[in-house]
Design a protein around this ligand. Structure first.
Ligand SMILES: [Zn+2]
Length: 484
Protein backbone atom coordinates (compact mmCIF):
# COMPACT_ATOMS: atom_id res chain seq x y z
CA UNK A 1 0.00 0.00 0.00
CA UNK A 2 0.70 3.29 0.20
CA UNK A 3 0.05 6.28 1.47
CA UNK A 4 -0.02 9.39 1.62
CA UNK A 5 -1.61 11.83 3.67
CA UNK A 6 -2.30 14.96 2.06
CA UNK A 7 -3.00 17.87 4.06
CA UNK A 8 -4.50 21.07 2.87
CA UNK A 9 -2.22 22.97 0.52
CA UNK A 10 -0.76 25.44 3.00
CA UNK A 11 0.66 22.74 5.19
CA UNK A 12 1.39 20.66 2.17
CA UNK A 13 4.05 23.10 1.09
CA UNK A 14 5.79 23.08 4.39
CA UNK A 15 7.02 19.60 4.54
CA UNK A 16 4.58 17.13 3.48
CA UNK A 17 6.91 14.33 4.09
CA UNK A 18 6.61 14.67 7.80
CA UNK A 19 2.98 13.81 7.46
CA UNK A 20 3.40 10.90 5.18
CA UNK A 21 1.44 8.00 5.91
CA UNK A 22 2.48 5.34 3.80
CA UNK A 23 2.69 -5.15 10.32
CA UNK A 24 5.27 -10.39 14.56
CA UNK A 25 4.71 -13.27 14.94
CA UNK A 26 4.44 -13.30 11.21
CA UNK A 27 4.31 -17.07 10.80
CA UNK A 28 2.97 -16.94 7.31
CA UNK A 29 5.75 -18.77 5.63
CA UNK A 30 5.02 -22.32 4.89
CA UNK A 31 1.91 -22.16 2.82
CA UNK A 32 3.40 -20.94 -0.39
CA UNK A 33 6.50 -22.99 -0.54
CA UNK A 34 5.69 -24.59 -3.86
CA UNK A 35 6.45 -21.95 -6.42
CA UNK A 36 4.13 -23.57 -8.93
CA UNK A 37 1.12 -24.39 -6.81
CA UNK A 38 0.70 -22.89 -3.36
CA UNK A 39 -0.85 -25.21 -0.82
CA UNK A 40 -3.78 -22.84 -0.53
CA UNK A 41 -4.69 -21.18 -3.81
CA UNK A 42 -8.22 -19.80 -3.90
CA UNK A 43 -9.85 -19.28 -7.28
CA UNK A 44 -12.34 -16.43 -7.36
CA UNK A 45 -15.11 -15.83 -9.84
CA UNK A 46 -16.41 -12.33 -9.33
CA UNK A 47 -19.51 -11.09 -11.08
CA UNK A 48 -19.58 -7.39 -10.42
CA UNK A 49 -22.45 -5.07 -11.28
CA UNK A 50 -21.19 -1.52 -11.05
CA UNK A 51 -23.90 1.14 -10.76
CA UNK A 52 -21.49 4.00 -11.24
CA UNK A 53 -24.01 6.81 -11.01
CA UNK A 54 -25.61 5.33 -7.91
CA UNK A 55 -22.21 4.62 -6.34
CA UNK A 56 -23.17 1.04 -5.71
CA UNK A 57 -21.51 -2.28 -6.44
CA UNK A 58 -23.20 -5.66 -6.35
CA UNK A 59 -20.97 -8.71 -6.16
CA UNK A 60 -21.73 -12.35 -6.72
CA UNK A 61 -18.58 -14.17 -5.70
CA UNK A 62 -17.67 -17.81 -5.98
CA UNK A 63 -14.51 -18.96 -4.20
CA UNK A 64 -13.16 -22.43 -4.81
CA UNK A 65 -10.21 -23.82 -2.89
CA UNK A 66 -8.65 -27.26 -2.59
CA UNK A 67 -6.98 -28.24 0.66
CA UNK A 68 -3.49 -29.13 -0.43
CA UNK A 69 -2.12 -28.76 3.09
CA UNK A 70 -1.63 -31.62 5.53
CA UNK A 71 -4.04 -30.02 7.94
CA UNK A 72 -7.76 -30.58 8.35
CA UNK A 73 -9.70 -27.36 8.09
CA UNK A 74 -12.36 -26.74 10.73
CA UNK A 75 -13.01 -23.10 9.93
CA UNK A 76 -12.73 -20.76 6.97
CA UNK A 77 -11.93 -17.09 7.40
CA UNK A 78 -12.49 -14.34 4.87
CA UNK A 79 -11.21 -10.81 4.99
CA UNK A 80 -14.09 -8.39 4.37
CA UNK A 81 -12.33 -5.13 5.07
CA UNK A 82 -15.25 -2.93 4.13
CA UNK A 83 -17.49 -4.58 6.73
CA UNK A 84 -15.92 -2.29 9.32
CA UNK A 85 -18.17 0.35 7.80
CA UNK A 86 -21.67 -1.06 8.45
CA UNK A 87 -23.28 1.37 6.02
CA UNK A 88 -20.95 0.24 3.24
CA UNK A 89 -20.99 -3.58 3.29
CA UNK A 90 -24.14 -5.68 3.24
CA UNK A 91 -23.97 -9.46 3.15
CA UNK A 92 -26.96 -10.91 1.32
CA UNK A 93 -26.09 -14.58 1.06
CA UNK A 94 -23.39 -17.04 2.03
CA UNK A 95 -23.56 -20.62 0.81
CA UNK A 96 -20.97 -23.31 1.26
CA UNK A 97 -20.38 -26.72 -0.21
CA UNK A 98 -17.69 -29.26 0.56
CA UNK A 99 -16.94 -31.86 -2.07
CA UNK A 100 -19.97 -30.48 -3.96
CA UNK A 101 -22.30 -31.23 -1.02
CA UNK A 102 -24.20 -28.22 0.28
CA UNK A 103 -23.56 -27.46 3.93
CA UNK A 104 -25.66 -25.54 6.40
CA UNK A 105 -23.52 -22.81 7.82
CA UNK A 106 -23.94 -19.55 9.68
CA UNK A 107 -21.24 -17.05 8.82
CA UNK A 108 -20.22 -14.56 11.45
CA UNK A 109 -18.85 -11.11 10.75
CA UNK A 110 -16.78 -9.32 13.33
CA UNK A 111 -15.11 -6.15 12.19
CA UNK A 112 -13.22 -7.08 9.00
CA UNK A 113 -13.32 -10.86 9.48
CA UNK A 114 -16.00 -13.19 8.18
CA UNK A 115 -15.66 -16.60 9.81
CA UNK A 116 -17.43 -19.85 9.06
CA UNK A 117 -17.22 -22.80 11.41
CA UNK A 118 -17.55 -25.87 9.23
CA UNK A 119 -20.19 -28.49 10.00
CA UNK A 120 -17.76 -31.02 8.72
CA UNK A 121 -14.03 -30.56 8.17
CA UNK A 122 -12.31 -30.06 4.84
CA UNK A 123 -9.72 -32.81 4.78
CA UNK A 124 -6.51 -32.81 2.75
CA UNK A 125 -7.36 -33.19 -0.91
CA UNK A 126 -10.95 -32.04 -0.52
CA UNK A 127 -12.53 -28.99 -2.11
CA UNK A 128 -14.58 -26.22 -0.56
CA UNK A 129 -16.69 -23.77 -2.51
CA UNK A 130 -18.25 -20.63 -1.10
CA UNK A 131 -20.79 -18.41 -2.80
CA UNK A 132 -20.99 -14.96 -1.33
CA UNK A 133 -23.38 -12.24 -2.44
CA UNK A 134 -22.83 -8.77 -1.09
CA UNK A 135 -23.42 -5.12 -1.85
CA UNK A 136 -21.05 -2.23 -1.46
CA UNK A 137 -22.55 1.18 -0.90
CA UNK A 138 -19.64 3.29 -2.06
CA UNK A 139 -18.86 6.27 0.15
CA UNK A 140 -18.17 9.79 -1.09
CA UNK A 141 -14.59 10.74 -0.31
CA UNK A 142 -13.08 13.99 0.70
CA UNK A 143 -10.25 14.61 -1.74
CA UNK A 144 -7.74 14.59 1.13
CA UNK A 145 -8.92 11.27 2.50
CA UNK A 146 -6.38 8.45 2.58
CA UNK A 147 -6.16 4.70 2.96
CA UNK A 148 -7.23 2.35 4.26
CA UNK A 149 -10.70 3.83 4.75
CA UNK A 150 -10.68 5.52 1.37
CA UNK A 151 -9.65 2.54 -0.72
CA UNK A 152 -13.30 2.12 -1.63
CA UNK A 153 -14.95 5.40 -2.46
CA UNK A 154 -15.74 7.97 -5.09
CA UNK A 155 -14.91 11.56 -5.83
CA UNK A 156 -15.87 14.11 -8.43
CA UNK A 157 -14.61 12.08 -11.37
CA UNK A 158 -13.50 8.62 -10.29
CA UNK A 159 -14.85 5.67 -8.34
CA UNK A 160 -12.23 3.36 -6.85
CA UNK A 161 -12.83 -0.18 -5.66
CA UNK A 162 -9.86 -1.64 -3.82
CA UNK A 163 -9.60 -3.99 -0.85
CA UNK A 164 -13.33 -4.50 -0.99
CA UNK A 165 -13.82 -8.10 -2.14
CA UNK A 166 -14.15 -11.04 0.24
CA UNK A 167 -10.86 -12.93 0.22
CA UNK A 168 -9.78 -16.08 1.99
CA UNK A 169 -7.10 -15.21 4.54
CA UNK A 170 -3.63 -16.81 4.48
CA UNK A 171 -3.40 -20.26 5.97
CA UNK A 172 -0.98 -20.84 8.80
CA UNK A 173 -0.14 -24.48 9.44
CA UNK A 174 -0.14 -23.91 13.20
CA UNK A 175 -3.10 -21.59 13.56
CA UNK A 176 -5.37 -22.25 10.63
CA UNK A 177 -6.71 -19.41 8.52
CA UNK A 178 -5.43 -16.16 9.89
CA UNK A 179 -7.64 -13.73 11.75
CA UNK A 180 -6.65 -10.22 12.60
CA UNK A 181 -8.08 -6.99 13.85
CA UNK A 182 -8.74 -4.06 11.59
CA UNK A 183 -6.73 -0.91 12.27
CA UNK A 184 -7.32 2.47 10.63
CA UNK A 185 -3.71 2.87 9.52
CA UNK A 186 -1.45 1.21 6.98
CA UNK A 187 -2.64 -1.86 5.12
CA UNK A 188 -4.77 -3.90 7.53
CA UNK A 189 -5.04 -6.93 5.29
CA UNK A 190 -2.94 -9.86 4.11
CA UNK A 191 -3.49 -11.63 0.84
CA UNK A 192 -2.33 -15.03 -0.32
CA UNK A 193 -1.85 -15.57 -4.02
CA UNK A 194 -5.05 -16.41 -5.85
CA UNK A 195 -6.65 -16.62 -9.27
CA UNK A 196 -9.28 -14.10 -10.34
CA UNK A 197 -11.84 -14.43 -13.12
CA UNK A 198 -13.86 -11.23 -13.09
CA UNK A 199 -16.89 -10.21 -15.11
CA UNK A 200 -17.87 -6.61 -14.64
CA UNK A 201 -20.73 -4.61 -16.11
CA UNK A 202 -21.32 -0.87 -15.86
CA UNK A 203 -23.53 1.79 -17.41
CA UNK A 204 -22.84 3.12 -20.92
CA UNK A 205 -20.14 5.76 -21.00
CA UNK A 206 -18.21 4.41 -18.03
CA UNK A 207 -14.59 3.35 -18.53
CA UNK A 208 -13.15 0.72 -16.20
CA UNK A 209 -9.42 0.39 -15.44
CA UNK A 210 -8.08 -2.87 -14.03
CA UNK A 211 -5.37 -5.42 -14.73
CA UNK A 212 -5.85 -8.59 -16.71
CA UNK A 213 -8.23 -7.38 -19.40
CA UNK A 214 -9.37 -10.41 -21.37
CA UNK A 215 -12.49 -9.12 -23.10
CA UNK A 216 -14.30 -5.81 -23.46
CA UNK A 217 -17.53 -5.43 -25.31
CA UNK A 218 -19.77 -2.44 -24.78
CA UNK A 219 -20.48 -2.17 -21.10
CA UNK A 220 -19.04 -5.54 -20.18
CA UNK A 221 -15.50 -6.35 -19.20
CA UNK A 222 -13.76 -9.55 -18.30
CA UNK A 223 -10.50 -9.59 -16.37
CA UNK A 224 -8.35 -12.61 -15.63
CA UNK A 225 -5.42 -12.74 -13.23
CA UNK A 226 -3.33 -15.63 -12.02
CA UNK A 227 -1.12 -15.69 -8.95
CA UNK A 228 -2.45 -12.32 -7.90
CA UNK A 229 -2.65 -10.90 -4.40
CA UNK A 230 -5.63 -8.74 -5.11
CA UNK A 231 -8.09 -7.48 -7.66
CA UNK A 232 -9.15 -3.84 -7.76
CA UNK A 233 -10.48 -1.40 -10.30
CA UNK A 234 -11.16 2.26 -10.86
CA UNK A 235 -13.92 3.65 -13.07
CA UNK A 236 -14.81 7.01 -14.51
CA UNK A 237 -16.93 8.80 -17.08
CA UNK A 238 -14.02 11.17 -17.63
CA UNK A 239 -11.13 8.81 -18.31
CA UNK A 240 -8.80 8.95 -21.23
CA UNK A 241 -5.98 6.45 -21.57
CA UNK A 242 -2.31 6.84 -22.48
CA UNK A 243 -0.29 3.78 -23.36
CA UNK A 244 3.35 2.88 -23.73
CA UNK A 245 5.28 -0.32 -24.26
CA UNK A 246 8.23 -0.70 -21.89
CA UNK A 247 10.31 -3.60 -23.12
CA UNK A 248 7.62 -6.23 -23.43
CA UNK A 249 5.46 -4.77 -20.66
CA UNK A 250 2.40 -2.80 -21.84
CA UNK A 251 1.72 0.14 -19.56
CA UNK A 252 -1.63 1.95 -19.53
CA UNK A 253 -2.51 5.03 -17.56
CA UNK A 254 -6.18 5.88 -17.17
CA UNK A 255 -6.32 9.55 -16.28
CA UNK A 256 -9.02 12.15 -16.01
CA UNK A 257 -9.23 14.25 -19.15
CA UNK A 258 -7.37 17.51 -18.76
CA UNK A 259 -4.31 15.96 -17.13
CA UNK A 260 -2.51 15.11 -20.37
CA UNK A 261 0.74 16.70 -19.22
CA UNK A 262 0.73 14.61 -16.06
CA UNK A 263 -0.08 11.53 -18.10
CA UNK A 264 3.20 11.92 -19.97
CA UNK A 265 5.06 12.32 -16.67
CA UNK A 266 3.41 9.28 -15.13
CA UNK A 267 4.16 7.09 -18.15
CA UNK A 268 7.75 8.29 -18.28
CA UNK A 269 8.22 7.62 -14.57
CA UNK A 270 6.62 4.21 -14.99
CA UNK A 271 8.94 3.34 -17.87
CA UNK A 272 12.01 4.44 -15.91
CA UNK A 273 10.87 2.59 -12.79
CA UNK A 274 10.19 -0.64 -14.66
CA UNK A 275 13.61 -0.47 -16.32
CA UNK A 276 15.45 0.34 -13.12
CA UNK A 277 13.73 -2.06 -10.75
CA UNK A 278 13.87 -4.82 -13.35
CA UNK A 279 17.61 -4.40 -13.64
CA UNK A 280 18.18 -4.03 -9.89
CA UNK A 281 15.75 -6.54 -8.39
CA UNK A 282 14.93 -8.98 -11.15
CA UNK A 283 12.30 -9.35 -13.87
CA UNK A 284 8.99 -7.53 -13.44
CA UNK A 285 6.59 -10.12 -12.02
CA UNK A 286 3.52 -9.23 -14.08
CA UNK A 287 2.49 -9.27 -17.70
CA UNK A 288 1.38 -5.65 -17.81
CA UNK A 289 1.01 -2.59 -15.66
CA UNK A 290 -2.24 -0.65 -15.44
CA UNK A 291 -2.36 2.66 -13.62
CA UNK A 292 -5.57 4.43 -12.64
CA UNK A 293 -6.01 7.96 -11.39
CA UNK A 294 -8.00 7.72 -8.17
CA UNK A 295 -10.16 10.04 -6.12
CA UNK A 296 -8.20 10.57 -2.90
CA UNK A 297 -4.77 11.44 -1.55
CA UNK A 298 -3.28 7.99 -1.20
CA UNK A 299 -1.88 5.79 -3.89
CA UNK A 300 -2.29 2.05 -3.67
CA UNK A 301 -0.74 -1.09 -5.02
CA UNK A 302 -2.64 -4.08 -6.36
CA UNK A 303 -1.54 -6.90 -8.63
CA UNK A 304 -0.32 -5.45 -11.95
CA UNK A 305 -2.44 -2.43 -11.08
CA UNK A 306 -1.73 0.68 -9.10
CA UNK A 307 -3.77 3.76 -8.39
CA UNK A 308 -2.24 7.20 -8.19
CA UNK A 309 -3.48 10.01 -5.97
CA UNK A 310 -5.75 12.50 -7.67
CA UNK A 311 -4.36 15.32 -5.54
CA UNK A 312 -0.76 14.52 -6.47
CA UNK A 313 -1.66 14.53 -10.14
CA UNK A 314 -3.57 17.77 -9.80
CA UNK A 315 -0.78 19.51 -7.85
CA UNK A 316 2.09 18.36 -10.07
CA UNK A 317 4.32 21.09 -11.46
CA UNK A 318 7.56 20.65 -13.40
CA UNK A 319 9.28 22.83 -10.82
CA UNK A 320 8.22 20.53 -8.01
CA UNK A 321 7.75 17.10 -9.51
CA UNK A 322 9.05 14.97 -6.65
CA UNK A 323 5.79 14.10 -4.95
CA UNK A 324 4.17 12.63 -8.04
CA UNK A 325 7.37 10.94 -9.22
CA UNK A 326 8.07 9.36 -5.85
CA UNK A 327 4.51 8.16 -5.56
CA UNK A 328 4.54 6.44 -8.96
CA UNK A 329 7.96 4.86 -8.43
CA UNK A 330 6.91 3.71 -4.97
CA UNK A 331 3.74 2.00 -6.13
CA UNK A 332 5.44 0.33 -9.05
CA UNK A 333 8.14 -1.08 -6.77
CA UNK A 334 5.35 -2.75 -4.79
CA UNK A 335 4.96 -5.09 -7.73
CA UNK A 336 8.19 -6.62 -6.46
CA UNK A 337 7.67 -5.88 -2.75
CA UNK A 338 4.05 -6.87 -2.11
CA UNK A 339 2.75 -8.61 -5.18
CA UNK A 340 5.65 -10.98 -5.87
CA UNK A 341 7.27 -11.07 -2.43
CA UNK A 342 4.39 -11.13 0.02
CA UNK A 343 4.68 -10.15 3.64
CA UNK A 344 2.54 -9.74 6.73
CA UNK A 345 1.37 -6.18 6.30
CA UNK A 346 -0.40 -6.27 9.65
CA UNK A 347 2.38 -7.45 11.93
CA UNK A 348 5.45 -6.52 9.89
CA UNK A 349 4.52 -3.47 7.82
CA UNK A 350 8.13 -2.35 7.60
CA UNK A 351 9.06 -5.27 5.38
CA UNK A 352 7.43 -4.21 2.15
CA UNK A 353 7.08 -0.50 2.87
CA UNK A 354 10.74 0.11 3.64
CA UNK A 355 11.69 -1.48 0.34
CA UNK A 356 9.07 0.46 -1.61
CA UNK A 357 10.06 3.68 0.08
CA UNK A 358 13.72 3.02 -0.53
CA UNK A 359 12.93 2.30 -4.16
CA UNK A 360 11.96 5.96 -4.47
CA UNK A 361 15.51 6.88 -3.50
CA UNK A 362 16.99 4.47 -6.02
CA UNK A 363 14.72 5.96 -8.66
CA UNK A 364 15.78 9.52 -7.89
CA UNK A 365 19.45 8.56 -7.70
CA UNK A 366 19.26 6.98 -11.13
CA UNK A 367 17.18 9.60 -12.93
CA UNK A 368 16.94 12.79 -10.85
CA UNK A 369 20.02 12.95 -8.60
CA UNK A 370 19.20 16.31 -6.97
CA UNK A 371 15.94 14.83 -5.77
CA UNK A 372 17.78 12.01 -4.04
CA UNK A 373 19.00 14.63 -1.59
CA UNK A 374 15.44 15.82 -1.11
CA UNK A 375 14.43 12.24 -0.40
CA UNK A 376 17.15 11.78 2.20
CA UNK A 377 16.19 15.01 3.92
CA UNK A 378 12.59 13.97 4.03
CA UNK A 379 13.08 10.63 5.72
CA UNK A 380 14.98 12.35 8.51
CA UNK A 381 11.94 12.46 10.73
CA UNK A 382 11.80 12.82 14.46
CA UNK A 383 11.30 9.40 15.95
CA UNK A 384 8.04 9.14 17.85
CA UNK A 385 8.57 8.06 21.44
CA UNK A 386 8.95 4.35 22.00
CA UNK A 387 8.61 3.34 18.38
CA UNK A 388 10.65 0.93 16.32
CA UNK A 389 10.42 -0.17 12.74
CA UNK A 390 9.37 -3.70 13.68
CA UNK A 391 6.23 -2.41 15.36
CA UNK A 392 2.90 -3.74 14.09
CA UNK A 393 0.11 -1.57 12.73
CA UNK A 394 -1.50 -1.91 16.17
CA UNK A 395 1.56 -0.46 17.87
CA UNK A 396 1.35 2.48 15.47
CA UNK A 397 -2.41 2.81 15.20
CA UNK A 398 -2.84 5.85 17.41
CA UNK A 399 -2.20 8.16 14.48
CA UNK A 400 -1.44 8.02 10.81
CA UNK A 401 1.33 10.49 11.48
CA UNK A 402 3.07 8.11 13.87
CA UNK A 403 2.64 5.25 11.44
CA UNK A 404 4.01 7.36 8.63
CA UNK A 405 7.04 8.58 10.50
CA UNK A 406 8.02 5.08 11.53
CA UNK A 407 7.16 3.12 8.40
CA UNK A 408 7.93 5.76 5.76
CA UNK A 409 10.72 7.54 7.64
CA UNK A 410 12.59 5.27 10.03
CA UNK A 411 12.18 2.04 8.09
CA UNK A 412 13.78 3.30 4.85
CA UNK A 413 16.42 5.05 6.96
CA UNK A 414 17.32 1.59 8.26
CA UNK A 415 17.80 0.38 4.68
CA UNK A 416 19.89 3.43 3.87
CA UNK A 417 22.13 2.76 6.88
CA UNK A 418 22.25 -0.93 6.05
CA UNK A 419 23.46 -0.14 2.54
CA UNK A 420 26.13 2.17 3.90
CA UNK A 421 27.25 -0.47 6.37
CA UNK A 422 27.42 -3.51 4.11
CA UNK A 423 28.32 -1.76 0.84
CA UNK A 424 26.48 -0.91 -2.34
CA UNK A 425 27.19 -4.06 -4.31
CA UNK A 426 26.35 -6.33 -1.40
CA UNK A 427 23.13 -4.45 -0.74
CA UNK A 428 21.89 -4.76 -4.31
CA UNK A 429 22.92 -8.43 -4.42
CA UNK A 430 20.93 -8.93 -1.24
CA UNK A 431 17.83 -7.28 -2.74
CA UNK A 432 18.06 -9.48 -5.83
CA UNK A 433 18.42 -12.57 -3.68
CA UNK A 434 15.53 -11.50 -1.43
CA UNK A 435 13.33 -11.08 -4.50
CA UNK A 436 14.37 -14.38 -6.07
CA UNK A 437 13.98 -16.21 -2.77
CA UNK A 438 10.68 -14.60 -1.87
CA UNK A 439 8.79 -14.39 -5.15
CA UNK A 440 5.50 -16.24 -4.82
CA UNK A 441 5.82 -16.57 -1.06
CA UNK A 442 5.36 -14.70 2.17
CA UNK A 443 8.63 -13.53 3.61
CA UNK A 444 9.19 -12.64 7.25
CA UNK A 445 11.77 -10.51 9.02
CA UNK A 446 13.58 -13.75 9.84
CA UNK A 447 13.70 -14.55 6.13
CA UNK A 448 14.93 -11.04 5.40
CA UNK A 449 17.91 -11.43 7.72
CA UNK A 450 18.53 -14.99 6.66
CA UNK A 451 18.92 -13.83 3.06
CA UNK A 452 20.96 -10.84 4.20
CA UNK A 453 23.41 -13.07 6.06
CA UNK A 454 24.33 -14.66 2.73
CA UNK A 455 25.69 -11.34 1.51
CA UNK A 456 27.57 -9.74 4.37
CA UNK A 457 29.75 -10.41 7.36
CA UNK A 458 29.58 -6.79 8.46
CA UNK A 459 28.59 -6.13 12.04
CA UNK A 460 25.12 -4.62 11.82
CA UNK A 461 24.36 -5.08 15.51
CA UNK A 462 24.33 -1.33 16.26
CA UNK A 463 21.84 -0.79 13.46
CA UNK A 464 19.58 -3.52 14.71
CA UNK A 465 19.65 -2.17 18.25
CA UNK A 466 18.80 1.28 17.02
CA UNK A 467 15.93 0.40 14.72
CA UNK A 468 14.37 -2.75 16.16
CA UNK A 469 12.35 -3.29 19.29
CA UNK A 470 13.32 -6.94 19.12
CA UNK A 471 16.69 -6.90 17.37
CA UNK A 472 17.08 -10.02 15.25
CA UNK A 473 19.73 -12.27 16.68
CA UNK A 474 21.44 -12.91 13.39
CA UNK A 475 24.96 -12.09 14.48
CA UNK A 476 24.95 -14.40 17.46
CA UNK A 477 23.56 -17.20 15.35
CA UNK A 478 26.25 -16.94 12.74
CA UNK A 479 29.23 -19.26 13.15
CA UNK A 480 32.10 -17.39 14.75
CA UNK A 481 35.33 -18.22 12.97
CA UNK A 482 36.22 -21.88 13.01
CA UNK A 483 35.10 -22.35 16.57
CA UNK A 484 38.55 -22.93 18.00
ZN1 LIG B 1 3.77 1.55 -0.02
Amino acid sequence: MERKIIIPPAIFVIGLWLFFSGGAAACLSGQETDSHRPDVYPEYELNIALAFDKHAIGVHEKMTVVNRTRATWERLVFCVTQAVHPSVFTLDRFALSIQKEAQTVTPSIRRSMLTVDLPRPVRPGEEAEAEIDYRLNVRKLDQYEIHPAGNLGYGAHVLQAGDCFATLTPFDPDRGFREWEYAPVGDPYIYPLAGYDVRLSAEPGVTVAAAGLAEHKGNDWRFSLERARSFAFTASRYYDVARRLVGDIPVSFYYVKGFERQAKVVLQTAAESLDLFGSLYGPYPGKELVIGQNAYSSAMEYSSFITVAHTYIRDYTPAKPQLLLSLVAHEISHQWWYDAVGSDQVMEPWLDESLAKYSEYLYFRAYRPPLAEWWEANIAVRRPDDTFIDDSIYDLADSTRTYSRVIYGLAPAFLRDLRKTIGEDEFIAFLRDYYTSGAGRFMTAADFFDVLSRHTDADITPLLRNYFRKPPNIIAEKPQGDGL
